[in-house]
Design a protein around this ligand. Structure first.
Ligand SMILES: Cc1cc2nc3c(=O)[nH]c(=O)nc-3n(C[C@H](O)[C@H](O)[C@H](O)COP(=O)(O)OP(=O)(O)OC[C@H]3O[C@@H](n4cnc5c(N)ncnc54)[C@H](O)[C@@H]3O)c2cc1C
Length: 538
């Protein structure tokens, strides 16, 4: 029987490797299906509940890209609605006779309520609903099942479990549209259904650019076509690394200023399939090995960053409180101080008086992007190193502004960095933020890029401007305390106090029950992307 089917895009904003799309196009008889590609601004899907300008722009560009691709295929385009999916699908059933709704699995528990409501509607109206897994490499539920019914408590246990399951499924074929007619929506239904008139802008949702005083240097563009081009550039870099006997090139030498070759925003929205990325790197590695005289071991470590992503997703799916301290079984309840509004604001707006923190926080607001090492430094400063403020405050801010903000991945990283779920860090020494700043940004070019006040500051004092003598400050046209803030805390003292706090609470918080923890010291270094030659001791 011919179907009238919908592909409900939420993440997975692409045509390639999209099993839900293939399912929506599948016809069981000789007759052609009628197909409607749909995205709904429902106030939460694709992380739109709490979103800043850059991520909203990236999302809209990704929808525009899909719209163009569907038009090239002969469709009216992507149908973009604003409203409640249940109401929209109910009307599409009543008015257009929809028979099937297909979608990619959104495995995080924050989406369960939305999906249950749509599944209930489908049951009530006899509409088929089909969910396909392609946002993750493996089905997180299967990993939990194989691990004995609970998520693996360490990354090493996680690796063991996925080794038992075997390699992820390969990406699927490009969809065949020759057996469908593209559905139309009559004009008289546009208003009723909440169909948007063309591609919206962030401003249509009252979302505006942040005013930070910094220029935009790194620009990002959403969409499948752009993601696939970016993938080619990224693979060329991976290939060089493999030829030189290394891997994870993005992590090896943190480049704070260069054009980022990160795929994370594209993966977050599913403009790039994670399976395509995974297998492109693994196939490339295998082909390079063929011509190398000395072979390197093959395994998951080649795409370690993607495995961490899987790990955090798997940790969260049965834990709706994963993004908070309260009732979160894997999170240690560290007694953070009650956040002082002014202190939080200084951190968020990049006015702490510590240039590396401030440059990073302003880059986040301006561009939506932050290098991983800077995420670590700013998160450590907010929590266990400097201000002793709960990671939940940082998570909330990152979730709003990061282009790649992902509830599971972001929460997992915040718990990790603040020592809230991986207690072994509790007794490790704090990072020396200043030493790391000089190491990562020796000439202060990064700081000067995002903090115009320090543009002419003396290189010697660029990461500790408060130490510059008055005549140097005058000569650099930046008086600390007037033009740029004094440091908001005595960092060395705060680090000592916080380190003692961690030691004190360590034994009281950790009991003998099994809990989430890092597997070993090496893993901590790898996670922080810290080369052996970087001294991290305070
Ligand atoms: C406090 C904090 C918050 C973070 N929040 C996010 C977030 O919301 N979304 C996000 O994608 N990454 C997050 N990360 C992880 C990491 O910083 C980014 O994924 C990374 O900077 C992306 O750049 P890349 O060059 O590794 O991208 P790629 O190498 O292209 O990474 C590919 C993918 O690997 C995954 N990945 C890479 N590093 C990690 C990691 N440490 N943990 C889990 N997955 C990882 C990401 O999904 C990314 O999309 C966070 C890190 C910290 C310290």
């Amino acid at each position: 029987m011919a179907e009238k089917s919908i592909l409900w895009f939420r993440h997975g904003l692409r045509l390639h490797d999209n099993p839900a799309l293939i399912e929506a196009l599948r016809s069981s008889g000789a007759e052609k299906n009628t197909f409607y590609p749909v995205f709904i601004f429902d106030g939460c899907s694709a992380g739109t509940q709490h979103v800043g300008y850059n991520r909203m722009k990236f999302l809209i560009e990704s929808l525009e890209d899909l719209d163009e691709q569907f038009k090239e295929l002969g469709a009216p385009g992507l149908f973009i609605f604003r409203g409640d999916p249940v109401e929209i699908f109910r009307k599409m059933r009543e008015e257009l006779g929809i028979t099937k709704i297909c979608y990619e699995q959104d495995c995080e528990p924050i989406w369960n309520g939305r999906d249950e409501r749509v599944e209930n509607l489908c049951r009530e109206f006899g509409i088929k609903s089909v969910e396909k897994i392609s946002h993750t490499l493996w089905d997180p539920n299967r990993i939990i099942e194989v691990n004995g019914g609970f998520p693996p408590l360490t990354y090493q246990m996680f690796l063991h479990t996925i080794n038992v399951i075997g390699y992820p499924s390969k990406p699927c074929e490009f969809p065949d549209f020759s057996h469908v007619d593209f559905g139309e929506i009559p004009m008289n239904l546009h208003m009723q259904l909440g169909l948007m008139n063309g591609i919206p802008k962030p401003e249509d949702f009252s979302i505006f650019r942040e005013k930070t005083g910094s220029e935009v240097y790194l620009t990002w563009k959403g969409g499948e076509k752009r993601a696939l081009e970016q993938l080619e550039l990224r693979l060329a870099i991976e290939q060089d690394a493999f030829r030189n006997g290394t891997y994870l090139p993005n992590q090896a030498n943190p480049d704070l200023l260069g054009v980022s070759t990160s795929m994370s925003a594209a993966l977050r929205f599913g403009c790039l399939s994670v399976r395509k990325f995974y297998y492109a790197i693994h196939d490339l590695f295998a082909s390079v090995q063929e011509i190398l005289p000395n072979k390197h071991p093959y395994g998951h470590h080649i795409t370690g960053q993607l495995i961490w992503r899987e790990y955090f997703y798997t940790m969260s799916i049965k834990n709706p409180n994963y993004g908070q301290m309260k009732n979160n079984p894997i999170c240690l309840n560290i007694p953070w101080s009650i956040p002082n509004k002014d202190d939080v604001l200084k951190w968020k707006q990049g006015k702490t008086g510590f240039p590396i923190i401030d440059a990073a926080m302003r880059q986040l607001l301006t561009e939506g992007w932050l290098h991983h090492t800077l995420r670590n430094i700013t998160a450590t400063f907010l929590t266990r190193s400097g201000l002793w403020i709960s990671w939940e405050v940082g998570l909330d801010h990152y979730l709003k502004y990061l282009l790649d903000a992902d509830w599971s991945v972001c929460s997992g990283n915040w718990m990790w960095v603040s020592s809230s779920a991986f207690e072994k860090l509790l007794d490790s020494s704090n990072f020396s933020i200043i030493a790391l700043a000089y190491r990562l940004d020796p000439n202060g070019d990064y700081v000067k890029r995002y903090i115009p006040e320090l543009r002419h500051f003396h290189q010697k004092y660029i990461h500790e401007p408060w130490k510059a003598p008055n005549n140097v400050q005058e000569a650099c046209e930046c008086i600390i305390g007037d033009d740029y803030p004094e440091p908001m805390i005595d960092l060395k003292r705060a680090m000592q106090i916080n380190s003692n706090r961690m030691k004190e609470i360590r034994d009281s918080l950790i009991d003998s029950k099994p809990h989430v923890r890092p597997s070993n010291e090496d893993e901590i270094r790898t996670f922080f992307w810290i080369n052996d030659d970087i001294s991290v001791k305070a």
